[in-house]
Every structure is written in structure tokens, then in C-alpha cells.
Design a binder for this molecule. Structure first.
Ligand code: UDP
Length: 323
């Protein structure tokens, strides 16, 4: 299938592009390179540098690509930043997504694959979290993603734009070629590995008074290659709706730091800081729907393997991508 990948120069988009190409699909990457990196675009893909605000370019690019499906990764994705700059999140993650969906409808795209997030749920009533839980986001990042989920429901109903939306838990790990390089890194695993690399003196732990066994937040880490496989399965005809993507195992911030010490063989000093605004205490997925309806099966469910692949990539790219 011809797949139009927005954000294909970013972390998850680059690995998904690689896996789509490996599976025999044709890929056009559309990215404005504000977060992404040109060298993260698989050389087998066609690349268009552009912004989603530019609807004329988006439509032309969709037509040139003869796109049967859009995978929409391009987004701002930092919970903490969304609490101080909500405008950025509603514009990038809602307005630009809407423009893309309009272009997709106009250009006759059959399927829209959307990168949603477990942040749409807010603090859940129960864990593991199933897709039918009430959604009460506590940060603009989750709110904007949820608003666009609702757009997709109506666009499917009225314009017949089929969609599949994946609510990612915490993406981590790397493929052999592509990994995680944000210009400003706020995510836990890369920041811990930066300490192991000597790029940072210590890691900061945001909040040690949460209602969890060790007082730090619990997250469900999912390998980026497993996310990519779910997207490929989502292209199958007749697959539609919302799917959680996680492993169902929760690890606290302290447990992640310990695991990184074990994998890297380095001591990782940590200092305790206040809570970061917008962080729910515990997010763990029940991904049974993706298992049964899509036939998805994570190949790297263990946190050891997730951290090991991230570490291998960071050791090979100690300063990240060159650009
Ligand atoms: N975190 C932390 N120190 C860091 C980065 C993150 O303690 O340097 C915590 C953060 O507060 C959250 C968890 O680690 O509880 C995962 O954060 P991350 O930013 O990786 O992903 P998020 O869950 O926000 O999408």
C-alpha cells in the first residue's frame, strides 16, 4: 500500500517507516523537521519537507504519493510542556491534524491511522486500563489528542474516512538504525541513559510522594518496533477503532533507573525533585483488544530488552542524529 507518514523523521515515525518498507509498503514521509531529523528518514522512503499548516502542499503530496493510507505521527508530545504552552498543543495536535484529515478526505484516502495516547484517559479509575474507561485528560496534550479522536469518529461516520487510533503508553527502545533523539529531551529512559553516557551528571526523579509502592510514577513501556507492527496490522481492511498499545507491566521511575544501571553497568545518580505538573501516578495498559482484534503480539515485552535496544542505539549515536 502507498502510505503517507507525517512525522516520519521523528522517533516513532522513523521506526514505523522502516518497518513499513521492510513489509513491502511504499512510503512518503512528510515532516517539517522541527522535531524530526533528515537522517532519521529511511533512504528508501520519498521525503517531502513541509508543514501541515500548508494544506495545498499536503494535498499535492497526498496525490503525488497516491496515498491509500495516512499515518499521522507528527505532533508535539510533551506532557509537561503542554501545561505551560497549551496553544502549541491545540494548534499542532488538533488544528493541524484536522487540516490533514480534511486533505485526506478530499484526496480520497481510505484510512487514517492516528497516534493517540494513554494521556487521553487522565488518572484511570482502574488499571490495567481498557479502551472503554472514561477519558478525563489532565493536561492539554491528552485533551487535544482526545478532541481529535472525536473528530475521527464523525469523519468516519459522515465522510467514510476509516480510522484506527492507537493509544500509546510509553514508547521506548530503538531499532538497529533509528532511535530517540529529541532536541530537548524530557523523557525518562533517554535521560537516564544520558547519565550513563556521561552527558548528564544525574537524573532527576519528578515526585516521590505518589500513591505507589516506592512513591514514584508507574508507566507501561512499549518497544517502538512493537508499536510499528501494530500500525502495519492496522492497515488490514476492516480494522478500525481505538486500541491501547502497551505491555501490561508497570515500572516505577526508580525501577527504570535500576534497570538502566543493570543494562549499562554504570552507576546512575538520581536526585529527587517535586512532582511534574500533569503526571498521573499510574498508567498501565490492557491491550487485549489489539491482541484479539489485530493479532498483535509484542516481540520485545521485557523492560530489559527495551532498555538494551535503547542503550545500543545511544551508544552508537552518543550525540544523537547529526542534524
Ligand atoms: N520522569 C522523571 N525524570 C525525568 C523524566 C521523566 O522522573 O527526567 C518521570 C515523569 O515524571 C513520569 C515518568 O518519568 O512520571 C515518565 O515520563 P516520560 O516523560 O518519559 O513519559 P510520559 O509518561 O510523560 O509520557
Amino acid at each position: 500500500m502507498n502510505v503517507f507518514v507525517t512525522g516520519g523523521a521523528g522517533y516513532i515515525g522513523s521506526v514505523c517507516t522502516e518497518e513499513l518498507l521492510n513489509a513491502g509498503h511504499q512510503v512518503t514521509v512528510f515532516d517539517n523537521l522541527t522535531e524530526g531529523h533528515r537522517s532519521a528518514v529511511d533512504p528508501r522512503a520519498k521525503f517531502v519537507e513541509g508543514c501541515l499548516r500548508d494544506s495545498a502542499l499536503v494535498k499535492q503530496s497526498l496525490r503525488d504519493a497516491r496515498a491509500g493510507a495516512v499515518m499521522h505521527f507528527a505532533a508535539s508530545a510533551l506532557v509537561g510542556e503542554s501545561m505551560t504552552d497549551p496553544q502549541k498543543y491545540f494548534h499542532n495536535n488538533l488544528v493541524n491534524a484536522l487540516k490533514l484529515a480534511d486533505a485526506a478526505v478530499e484526496c480520497g484516502v481510505k484510512k487514517f491511522v492516528f497516534s493517540s495516547t494513554c494521556a487521553t484517559y487522565g488518572p484511570p479509575d482502574r488499571v490495567p486500563m481498557t479502551e472503554d474507561l472514561p477519558q478525563h485528560p489532565i493536561n492539554p496534550y491528552g485533551e487535544a489528542k482526545l478532541m481529535f479522536e472525536k473528530v475521527l469518529i464523525w469523519y468516519r461516520e459522515i465522510y467514510k474516512l476509516d480510522f484506527i487510533a492507537f493509544r500509546y503508553f510509553n514508547a521506548a527502545g530503538a531499532s538497529e538504525k533509528f532511535g530517540e533523539h529529541h532536541r530537548i529531551e524530557t523523557h525518562l529512559i533517554p535521560n537516564v541513559l544520558f547519565v550513563a553516557l556521561g552527558r548528564k551528571p544525574h537524573v532527576e526523579i519528578y515526585g516521590t510522594d505518589y500513591p505507589t509502592p516506592d512513591g514514584t510514577c508507574i508507566r507501561d513501556y512499549i518497544h517502538v518496533k512493537d508499536l510499528a507492527q501494530a500500525h502495519i496490522l492496522g492497515l488490514q481492511p476492516g480494522k478500525s477503532g481505538f486500541f491501547n498499545l502497551g505491555n501490561g507491566d508497570g515500572y516505577s521511575v526508580r525501577e527504570v533507573v535500576s534497570m538502566c544501571e543493570k543494562i549499562t553497568g554504570k552507576k546512575i545518580p538520581a536526585i529527587e525533585k517535586p512532582r511534574r505538573a500533569g503526571d498521573p501516578p499510574k498508567l498501565v495498559a490492557a491491550a487485549n483488544k489489539a491482541f484479539t482484534e489485530l493479532g498483535w503480539k509484542p516481540l520485545y515485552p521485557k523492560i530489559e530488552d527495551i532498555v538494551a535496544t535503547a542503550w545500543a542505539w545511544h551508544k552508537q549515536h552518543p550525540a544523537g542524529y547529526p542534524d
